[in-house]
Design a protein around this ligand. Sequence first.
Ligand code: PLP
Length: 471
Amino acid sequence: MTWHVMLEVVRDGPVPLGAQIADQVRHQVERGLLKPHTRLPSSRQLAQDLRVSRSVVVEAYEKLTGEGLLESVRGSGTRVAAHADTRIRKPVVLVDRAIPPVRFNLLPGTPNPVTFPHREWGASYLRALESTRWQGLGYPPLLGLDQLRTELVAYLGRVRGVLGSPDDTMVTGGFAHALGLVCAALRELGIDRLAVEDPSHDRQRQFIEENDIRTVAVPVGPEGLEIEPLYASGVRVVLVTPSHQFPLGVPMSPQRREELVRWARDIDGWIIEDDYDGGLWLEQRCRHLALQPTGPDRVIYAGTASKLLAPGLRLGWMVLPPELTAVMERVRVRRDLGCDGLMQLAFADFLRSGLLDGHLRKMRTRYRSQHGRLMRAVERYLPVATLVGPVAGLHVFAALPAGLDEEALVTQALQLSVLVKGGRVFHDRPHTARPGLVLGYTALGESGIEEAVRRIGQAYERQPGGVRRAS
Ligand SMILES: Cc1ncc(COP(=O)(O)O)c(C=O)c1O
């Protein structure tokens, strides 16, 4: 292996060649350009590159080794010493509040990385790599590679009831990327306001605002988004999570779905469907299909691999109303050059081979028992809580009695080593919202879930008026 570093020497200058090499290496280590453990070229190689005699390089390396900056290891050449960065001063970051170490993480959102199907994904990736001549390596089409769009349409039709064609399907870097593109397309269409559910994902609202679109909060009731206030708001586009409302978990009723699509048709508007954990139903009876088939001409359907596989893949997709496909492509051409081609081929293979189905089958079994354990633990240790929504997805919303200080409960739980997110932050007006907890259950094993909830129960008892739990 030939290693390369950026060094130059000036011949016929006042500084000897060996000293020039030593000075430059020293300088680069001190500036952090050459990191600890970095392998340097062999003395023969560097001498050849710099057109100096080998003894000049050997002398420079020996000098730096003597200073403790380099180390030479038999059989593996010369490297920057492991402790060399201790001479570099790093800025000290001050944390104003000490956060106790957390043993129990109940944050909602991501699958546990230990459940990622490494072997299967690796096999799909390898097949993608072996099968591609140029497709996965050249600039991909903006909508995405044909193979993946074809597989996605087949999968989404089969599993989510989504109606669409590959021509109107766009591969994205996750939902966040899709949402950024949609915001840009809305601006292009002269739209600068977007209705969002109240409650909804707090960071998503910020993201939309940062993309130059004002958000308008519309309340969610027991059947899903309220339609009257939506009409009253005068907006033309709404973002919803109909299958598993985030964070409450309630699915949108069939009647409300019809009303919502009627609203969009009445006002010539659009519905963005965030199907973030689509397909992760855990019981047959709560298998809610997507909203999109109720109004394919009005619904921008968006899905993501973040909950199904891993957020690190940055893989998502949209099925667009045909009327919007051209504007979305126009917007995208100004913003990026498409998604990672090899990743697309790998995911196409993963879908085609039924590996996603197999993985989700396994995950459903795992999540079902974790969810069951969570429900039993809440019943036992936090009986004042009411669990909202069906058995689906990666989190459960626990509504708590009005008047409880949610922030104090979350802080107290943290003192007991449980990291849990309160529900109020998701509301447009947090202080008027009913308190609650969003309980993610993927990071912990079943006994961990039980212990975490037991500690939350303890934290609750320490609140003013916190009633003793049932035994
Ligand atoms: C409501 C909601 N939508 C979408 C996503 C996924 O976003 P992305 O695909 O960008 O990872 C998340 C992830 O936390 C989410 O909570």
